[in-house]
Design a protein around this ligand. Structure first.
Ligand code: G3H
Ligand code: 13P
Ligand code: ZN
Length: 281
């Protein structure tokens, strides 16, 4: 069932858990994520990045996410992840997303608040939720990269959220996208300060490979949406490599079917860790 992200995160805030934002990189990852949500009776956020849009097309990516969302009774949000191409972000307002992330970390500082405020006003008229990243998050994936060290300033973040009217805020507290960096460590004290000053739900990016106890502590300190991509790619690739060892398998369906279960298994573990299992209503 397609739902609005704000309502989903408000429920997470009341229940003191986090909802997973899982990236779709293929039909199989999407099938695995939605199967996990149904098996765990968990709300879920299907995330579509700009690279996925380049890979399969905006129409196909949204059609897959919406079709799967409408197949199940658990709440599903369809989310644009790291919108940095602002022409594309405009298109996504009319494409069927229930939420859009604006990544303004590369935009000149003086342009950020007016742009996000204008975009958020238009999104809200269409019932669409807006997440914003203002400070660069470290690490790298294909279309998303940044140097670590630009941590969120709690006072500035509070002003940014108040003036733009955005609905959720991606913190930068030392996390990194992709495989773990050697010195990756979350500043959980800073997270507490951000949670005290910022009134909207907080989002943690780059959460693959983050130790379970750190994730639990981040949720206790106010994180309500947690983004996972790399751990799903690793599970998919490991399974595919294993299957391809069998030389008599040469049907893409037989090669890819086991990857769906591998992704589902990782997503189910994350949902239990985030406390979103059995929270579907
Ligand atoms: O945060 C980044 C996401 O994992 C998307 O990565 O641009 O390689 O699809 P991608
Ligand atoms: P990871 O690939 O590190 O899990 O990050 C995912 C993410 O932040 C998507 O926005
Ligand atoms: Zn991210």
């Amino acid at each position: 069932m397609l739902v609005n992200l704000s309502a989903m995160l408000a429920a997470a805030d009341r229940g003191k858990y986090a909802v997973g934002g899982f990236n779709i990189t293929s039909l199989e990852t999407a099938l695995g994520i939605v199967a996990a949500a149904e098996a765990e009776q968990s709300p879920v956020i299907l995330q579509i990045s700009e690279k996925t849009i380049d890979y399969m097309g905006l129409d196909v990516a949204v059609a897959i996410a919406q079709t799967l969302a409408n197949r199940v009774t658990v709440p599903v949000a369809v989310h644009l992840d790291h919108g940095k191409n602002f022409e594309l972000c405009e298109q996504t307002l009319k494409a069927g997303f229930t939420s859009i992330m604006l990544d303004v970390s590369q935009m000149p500082k003086n342009e950020r608040i007016p742009f996000v405020k204008g975009f958020t006003t238009r999104a809200h008229r269409l019932g669409i939720t807006v997440e914003v990243e203002e400070d660069v998050i470290g690490g790298r994936e294909d279309y998303v990269r940044g140097e670590a060290g630009h941590f969120t300033d709690p006072a500035r973040a509070a002003v940014f959220v108040r003036e733009t009217g955005c609905d959720c805020f991606a913190v930068s507290i030392g996390e990194a996208h992709g495989k773990p960096l050697p010195n990756e460590k979350l500043d959980l004290d800073l997270l507490c300060e951000i949670d005290r000053t910022v009134t909207v739900p907080l989002v943690l990016h780059g959460a693959s490979s983050t130790p379970d106890e750190v994730i639990r502590e981040a949720i206790a300190r106010g994180i309500r949406k947690i983004n996972i991509d790399t751990d799903l790619r690793l599970a998919f690739t490991k399974q595919l490599r294993e299957t391809l060892k069998q030389e008599d398998v040469y049907d893409p369906r037989d090669e890819l079917r086991p990857t769906i279960a591998s992704v589902e298994s990782v997503v189910r573990e994350k949902m239990r860790l985030f406390g979103s299992s059995a929270q579907a209503r």
